[in-house]
Design a protein around this ligand. Structure first.
Ligand code: ZN
Length: 503
């Protein structure tokens, strides 16, 4: 069996299903380009039948990507499969990914089908997919809670009908490393598949075991791991790409496998995704968290200064992080800025670059050092303005409890000024926003942090706002924290308006 493990990235599909992580088409394209630089083997671009926008997103990603395989998801239903095949038409290396559940729990309560009916449907669906697209992946949803002998029958049927990849997902994050390793061994031995068939593992993190389970599945014979950047995904998330890839790399004596991922692109991918979705990476997240390479204790710092190997199992540089992330000053010029943006993975148009340069100069005037993260924040906020309905022109507050706020908004040529009173300056300003726009959301989460070090740091605010049952994440940045908070809140409201206007 080959030692290479293929990386199937599903950030744009399963990851995008995280509450509040929805991406528009432009954002998907930007992330897809970064995934190609990361050199994943396959990227799953979406679930085309879900909506017009989703179809469009998959089609555009398929047209743009040249090296990676591009996958589209479809239930084992004729309409879904045909729709996914249409969305994949422009792809150079398309993969049609179809699935049906195989556990008795799902058969009984969700599908209301017998085991025989699911077997028949598997054969029909894979055969149809194979007639439309050269490479087909079949997933047995809830495989880890399925009867292994029945699962074997389903897998054999899928392979006879033409499936090239067999994915056995732990859909509900229930399995354990020992159990999943045994399951892969058992099924692979029983099925006796032709050599070209690849077995794949897709895990969820409900018990915090997704990465451990993926590594164990590979020991059991899986040669494809499905994962997402930052581990985002349904509920507690998916297997985190960076953790699996670095585990193979750093503990190669225990896991003698390799991937083709360009690890130096990991951090960039993580930051880009976080900026696009507004989902903040926890500070202590392995590999990509802010503190993952920070040595706080004096004795550790001393050890690291003497020799890095004392407390570091990998270098920040190996995942694309630098020890000093200071990048630019006021005198770097437009050319330097363009070069840095390119390094960070952003392709900007001439107009975007000019806008960004003005923002950059304004920021460099206020704080001496501009960091990589400052730039990412500026680019994200600039990109957001392309779908913005309301622009924030000014916010002023006075007093504390009660506090009074005045906001000045612009919508096209129209200027709106609104004042409100609230429990504190942020509350007052958000109320003024809501009154100006004429609807409100429920603030469920609010974080503020310094995007960069120093007293004059750019404050970055993240909010989650629930509107009509859906969560919208917003981000905002400013050297003034009240303004950052108001920008984040307005950003979430604008996202809601943008999505509502496309319906
Ligand atoms: Zn999943």
């Amino acid at each position: 069996m080959p030692d290479r493990v293929e990386i199937f990235d599903t950030t744009l599909r399963d990851g995008e299903q995280s509450p509040g992580a929805s991406m528009n088409v432009a954002e998907k394209l930007e992330m897809a380009a970064q995934l190609e630089r990361l050199n994943v083997d396959t990227m799953e671009a979406g679930f085309p039948v879900a909506s017009e926008q989703e179809f469009e997103g998959v089609r555009k990603v398929a047209a743009m990507i040249t090296n990676c395989k591009v996958a589209a998801l479809a239930r084992a239903v004729k309409g879904d499969i045909e729709c996914a095949a249409r969305a994949l038409e422009p792809a150079k290396k398309p993969v049609l990914h179809t699935f049906i559940a195989t556990s008795d729990i799902h058969l009984e309560h969700k599908l209301r089908m017998t085991r025989q009916q699911v077997l028949d449907r598997t054969g029909e669906a894979v055969a149809l997919a194979k007639s439309l697209v050269e490479r087909v992946e079949f997933s047995a949803e809830d495989a880890t809670r399925s009867d292994w002998d029945y699962l074997t029958e389903v897998v054999k049927t899928a392979i006879s009908a033409g499936a090239d990849v067999i994915n056995l997902p732990d859909t509900v994050g229930y399995t354990t490393p020992g159990e999943i390793e045994e399951m892969f061994r058992y099924i692979i031995a029983k099925v006796n598949a032709p050599a070209h068939v690849v077995f794949s593992s897709h895990n969820h993190n409900d018990l915090g075991l997704a990465v451990a389970n993926a590594l164990a599945a590979v020991r059991g014979g899986a040669r494809q791991v499905e994962c997402t950047v930052n581990g985002i995904g349904e509920r507690a998330g998916n297997t985190s790409l960076e953790e699996v890839v670095m585990a193979f790399k750093i503990r190669n004596n225990v896991y003698p496998y390799f991937t083709n991922v360009v690890t130096e692109e990991i951090y960039k991918s993580s930051r880009m995704l976080s900026n696009i979705t507004g989902l903040v990476v926890p500070y202590n997240k392995p590999i990509v968290g802010r503190n993952a390479f920070a040595h706080e204790a004096g004795i550790h710092q001393h050890g690291v200064i003497a020799s890095r190997i004392t407390y570091e199992i990998m270098t920040p540089e190996s995942v694309g992080r630098s020890r000093s992330e200071l990048v630019l000053g006021k005198h770097s010029g437009k050319h330097g800025l363009a070069k840095k943006c390119e390094e960070l993975g952003f392709k900007l148009t001439e107009t975007e670059l000019s806008t960004l340069y003005q923002k950059f100069i304004a920021l460099a005037d206020r704080k001496k050092e501009v960091f990589e993260d400052d730039l990412r924040v500026l680019i994200a906020s600039m990109r957001d303005e392309s779908f913005v309905t309301y622009h924030l022109e000014e916010v002023t507050t006075a007093g504390h409890n009660p506090a009074m706020a005045m906001v000045k908004l612009r919508k096209g040529d129209q200027e709106i000024i609104q004042t409100a009173i609230g429990d504190g300056p942020v509350d007052a300003a958000c109320q003024a926003l809501e009154e100006a726009i004429g609807f409100s959301g429920k603030l469920e989460e609010f974080h503020i942090r310094a995007a960069t070090p120093g007293k004059d740091a750019l404050g970055e605010a993240h909010v989650s706002v629930r509107i009509e049952g859906t969560l919208y994440n917003g981000t905002g940045a400013s050297t003034d924290i009240i303004e950052a908070a108001v920008r984040a809140y307005l950003n979430a409201l604008n996202k809601y308006l943008a999505i509502r206007s496309t319906k």
